[in-house]
Design a protein around this ligand. Structure first.
Ligand code: NAD
Ligand code: TYD
Length: 336
């Protein structure tokens, strides 16, 4: 089976590529990734089955290159995206180009090539903030951040290609991932790597925002299952096993790492900060999905991974682009 994976140098994409090559002897992967600040060939270093993987450097919004890599492909798993909410608040342009136009270019090419399956990897953030209960797959989309709005637009485009062109598209909407190879801009890797260096973690607002945490390999296993058994045209929510306020998350990591409370700095809130996400995953469970990791174990192993892999994250944090981003994002938030 030949898979086209987009964004396979990123956090979730690289975990997926590693998992597939290790577990499925008959899988070959073409990995289309333009290598933005978040794309990192180091994420795939030393992986099993590397001979069955080929990275093609290219933009998913470039129809020519997309058509080239689509040739002979059995299925597409589409991860490539601009993925960070805070960056979308500063500048939404790249989010529209990659997440919306890029997805449309991929869908068009998949249609021309008669691709057998197209998994569009989306997020629970498309539902917007849910005060009570859990979002179901047919709930209205009410995205609040420019990131979430761009993902919602691409979800709807994926759906439209299924309805209009009968393209066998499946959409997954997952909650917050954590684990190895996550770029140190999302909450958990910022927290862990800052604390390794004795630097405070900036906690937005009152810290009562709730996220549902899933280990990245459980997300990847869900995608693999949906790729095999999902019904074209359907949407599958993918949730975690730990619905936690940021305050509780911070406490959990603080205990594992043994750091002092003074290393939490409450700062002004993120603009438009969604209060709570929660997804109902009955459809995914009916396909046979079970989480393989418990949250506590996965959190401890994630902390251990960042402790043992300073050579992976230190170069990323020392880049001038990262320092500029960090300053811009956190400067002015001040202490609450
Ligand atoms: P990431 O930012 O770590 O990686 C994104 C990858 O896409 C990078 O390797 C980057 O180089 C590549 N890319 C970006 N623009 C591209 C372009 N125009 N052409 C080709 N490649 C491009 O993101 P992630 O956290 O791994 O997220 C992957 C996908 O999963 C995204 O679609 C995201 O919306 C979705 N998702 C993420 C989470 C999460 O918690 N991180 C949760 C649910 C869904
Ligand atoms: P993040 O990892 O950016 O994921 P998302 O915004 O997509 O859910 O943030 C997770 C939660 O942590 C979110 O409620 C915002 C909060 N947060 C902070 O309090 N401080 C930070 O420095 C970051 C990056 C996030």
């Amino acid at each position: 089976m030949k898979l086209l994976v987009t964004g396979g140098l990123g956090f979730i994409g690289s975990n997926f590529v590693r998992l597939m090559l290790a577990k499925k002897r008959n899988v070959r992967i073409v990995n289309l990734d333009v290598k933005t600040y978040a794309g990192n060939p180091e994420n795939l270093k030393g992986m099993a089955g590397a001979a069955r993987h080929r990275w093609v450097k290219g933009d998913i919004a470039d129809a020519k290159i997309v058509d080239r890599v689509m040739t002979g492909v059995d299925a597409v798993v589409h991860f490539a995206a601009e993925s960070h909410v805070d960056r979308s608040i500063h500048d939404a342009g790249a989010f529209l180009k990659t997440n919306v136009i890029g997805t449309q270019v991929l869908l068009d090419s998949a249609k021309r090539h008669g691709i057998g399956r197209f998994v569009h990897v989306s997020t629970d953030e498309v539902y917007g903030s849910v005060a009570k209960g859990q979002s179901k797959e047919d709930d209205a989309l009410l995205p609040n951040s420019p990131y979430a709005a761009s993902k919602a637009a691409s979800d709807l485009m994926a759906r439209a290609y299924h309805v209009t062109h009968k393209l066998p598209v499946i959409v997954t909407r997952c909650s917050n991932n954590f684990g190895p190879y996550q770029f140190p801009e999302k909450a958990l890797p910022v927290m862990i790597t800052n604390w390794i260096d004795g630097i405070p973690f900036p906690l937005y607002g009152d810290g009562k925002n709730i996220r549902d945490w899933i280990h990245v390999l459980d997300h990847c296993r869900a995608i693999e299952l949906v790729l095999r058994k999902g019904v074209p045209g359907e949407i599958y929510n993918v949730g975690g096993t730990a619905s936690l306020s940021n305050k509780r998350l911070v406490e959990g990591v603080r205990k594992i790492m043994g750091v002092d409370r003074s290393l939490i700095t409450p700062v002004a809130d993120r603009l438009g900060h969604d209060r709570r996400y929660a997804v109902n995953c009955s459809k995914l469970y009916r396909l046979g999905f079970k989480h393989a990791t418990t949250f506590d174990k996965a959190l401890a192993s994630t902390v251990a991974w960042y402790r043992e892999n300073e050579a992976w994250w230190r170069p990323l944090k020392s880049k001038s682009g990262y320092k500029r981003y960090y300053k811009r994002n956190y400067k002015g938030l001040g202490k609450r």
